[in-house]
Every structure is written in structure tokens, then in C-alpha cells.
Design a binder for this molecule. Structure first.
Ligand SMILES: [Zn+2]
Length: 332
């Protein structure tokens, strides 16, 4: 049993309070290897941003739970070594069972998501409440994110053919009964790098897909029901077209890629949205740079010379997000 405080981590409670009143959102970046973790910490220290390090159950299987725990501890010490102690959260993304959430809490996570959004409403309430009761009763309070509404798209173990928007009428009851600390809602974001089907989009003069706008009307309704309550957006990568083009230039194929425009996320971050999940953009940046190096330097076989430039690009991407999209720069 390891408490997150032993690792130097914090939960989301105070961070969300400040983010809601300050009109910005915390970055929630997924990681499962050293280069990603280093890039996240370098970018967040440089921009003085608090950060949520996210791990999906797939990432936990990939990297090993003990290694991840010690990487989180390493992240805290790395930030300190870089000269600025930013608040760092270790969060389980899309926990699908009480047992997984409990296991993560007992191995040093400071925050967990229990995703019962695929269940019936009553089953979602019961499961989320069970996780909250356990997480909140720990010696060091662990924060819990719940979800209402279903996002479309594919992300590790999460996959759904169809989305349905969050029903604002349900949120007061859900938050009251479960005592969750934050709530992920569905307002048109989606997992993965192809967030919409081409027929849902329009195209600009260059043939690039323009997605339908987020449902800010639903977000406003939710905010009216639970004023100041921390709201979370999943599936919020913007899928930068320059990375898609770079990947395709160097032999990849990512047909019909489309993300959420950064201006819309900036607008959301100014509201009660206080955590924005970004995974696909990091994957794209990393893949783009790896492909470029492998093609441009066919004699290169030192992984450091291949992953190093990818790490530099990731850092650049995360700094940009903190400064220009989330508004979290300067808030640590
Ligand atoms: Zn998600």
C-alpha cells in the first residue's frame, strides 16, 4: 500500500477549484514511456503549469504498474531537479471496475476515473458511488472522476460506435448521489484521431475536413445545474494537420483525420471545464518525428537519435497547449 503523498503527488481537489475560478483547464496528458513523461514534465515546468499524468488500463498493462508508480515519483523529482515544483497528479483514465480503481489507489494514484457511462444510469450511479466511498475514505483523500454521456471513438480499451450527449437533467442527481469530485461530459468531443466521419464535416478550399462545432449549449445547461462544479472533456486532441501530413509524407496513412479545433477548446477552458484530455496529438507528434528520422536517416539505428527528436517535438506541443489552448501556463 502506497499513498500518493509518499510519491510527492497531489489530488485534483484544490487544483480544480483554482482552475474553475481562474478560467483555465488543467492538461491531462497520457503517458506510458519515459520520453513522453520527460516531455510532459519539461514542458510543464518551463511553462509553470500544474499537470495531470494520465494512465489508461492499457498503458498500465503495457508499462507495468510498479514501473509507472516509480515513473510518477521520478516525475516529481525531475521537476524539482529542473528547478520548479509543479503540482503533479497521477490519474487513472477510464477505470472500468471498482477493483481496478482500488488497485490503483493502493499503488499510489492520487485520482481515478470510474467510467460507468456504458452502464444504465442506476448502475453507473451505484458503481461510481462505490468507488467514491472507497477513494474518499482513504487517509489521503483520493479524487474521483465520473462520466455521464457516451463519447464516440476508440481509445485503448474504450470504444463506442455511437455517442450520446450528456443529459443536463441528470447531472444534479448524479453528482449528489455519487459525491464525485469531477464529471466528464459528452458535448461532441470524441476519442482517437478520426473524431468525425467525413459526412459529419464540411471541407475547406484545400479539402481539409472541418468538424461540427462542440455543443456549448449543453455545457451551459450543465453549468447552470451545477454551478462551479469541475467539468472534464475527454477526446480533446486537435489532430494538427501538419503532423498528419508529415506522417503521410513519410509513408504513413491516416485517412480522414479530424480533431477538435483549438479555439473551441480555449473557449471551453474558460468555462467550468477544468480538465482537458489530450492523447492523440502526442501520439501523432511522436509518430511524425519517428517516421521522418527513419526515412531521412536510413543508417540511423541508435534509439536515442530516433526518440530524442520525437521527445523534443512532444515538449514543444505540450508547451503550446499549456500556453495557447488550456491557459494553464503560469498557474503552478
Ligand atoms: Zn477518454
Amino acid at each position: 500500500m502506497t499513498s500518493y503523498k509518499e510519491l510527492g503527488l497531489v489530488n485534483t481537489k484544490e487544483l480544480f477549484k483554482k482552475a474553475v475560478s481562474g478560467g483555465y483547464a488543467l492538461p491531462a496528458y497520457n503517458f506510458n514511456n519515459m520520453e513522453q513523461m520527460q516531455a510532459i514534465i519539461m514542458a510543464c515546468v518551463e511553462t509553470k503549469s500544474p499537470v495531470i499524468l494520465q494512465v489508461s488500463s492499457g498503458a498500465r498493462k503495457y508499462a507495468n504498474q510498479n514501473i509507472l508508480k516509480n515513473m510518477a515519483r521520478g516525475a516529481v523529482e525531475y521537476a524539482h531537479e529542473l528547478g520548479y515544483d509543479i503540482p503533479i497528479v497521477l490519474h487513472l483514465d477510464h477505470g472500468d471496475s471498482f477493483e481496478l480503481c482500488k488497485d490503483c489507489i493502493e499503488t499510489g494514484f492520487s485520482s481515478v476515473m470510474i467510467d460507468g457511462s456504458h452502464l444504465s444510469y442506476d448502475e453507473n450511479v451505484a458503481l461510481t458511488k462505490k468507488v467514491c466511498d472507497f477513494a474518499h475514505s482513504q487517509k489521503d483523500y483520493v479524487t474521483v472522476e465520473g462520466e455521464l454521456g457516451v463519447l464516440a471513438g476508440v481509445e485503448d480499451d474504450v470504444s463506442s460506435e455511437h455517442s450520446h450527449y450528456t443529459q443536463p437533467a441528470e447531472v444534479i442527481d448524479f453528482v449528489g448521489k455519487t459525491k464525485v469530485d469531477s464529471l466528464a461530459i459528452s458535448i461532441g468531443t470524441s476519442h482517437g484521431r478520426a473524431k468525425f466521419k467525413p459526412e459529419q464535416c464540411t471541407r475547406d478550399a484545400n479539402g481539409i475536413l472541418i468538424p461540427p462545432p462542440l455543443r456549448f449549449d449543453i455545457l451551459e445547461e450543465v453549468e447552470k445545474k451545477i454551478p462551479g462544479f469541475p467539468i472534464v472533456l475527454h477526446g480533446s486532441s486537435s489532430v494538427p494537420i501538419e503532423y498528419v501530413h508529415m506522417i503521410e509524407k513519410y509513408g504513413g496513412k491516416l485517412t480522414d483525420s479530424v480533431g477538435i479545433p483549438e479555439e473551441q477548446l480555449r473557449k471551453a477552458a474558460k468555462s467550468a471545464v477544468c480538465k482537458i484530455n489530450i492523447d492523440s496529438d502526442g501520439r501523432l507528434a511522436m509518430t511524425a518525428l519517428i517516421r521522418k528520422i527513419l526515412i531521412e536517416k536510413p543508417d540511423e539505428f541508435d534509439p536515442r537519435k530516433i526518440l530524442g527528436p520525437a521527445r523534443d517535438e512532444l515538449k514543444k506541443l505540450y508547451s503550446h497547449k499549456n500556453k495557447n489552448v488550456l491557459g494553464s501556463a503560469g498557474q503552478a
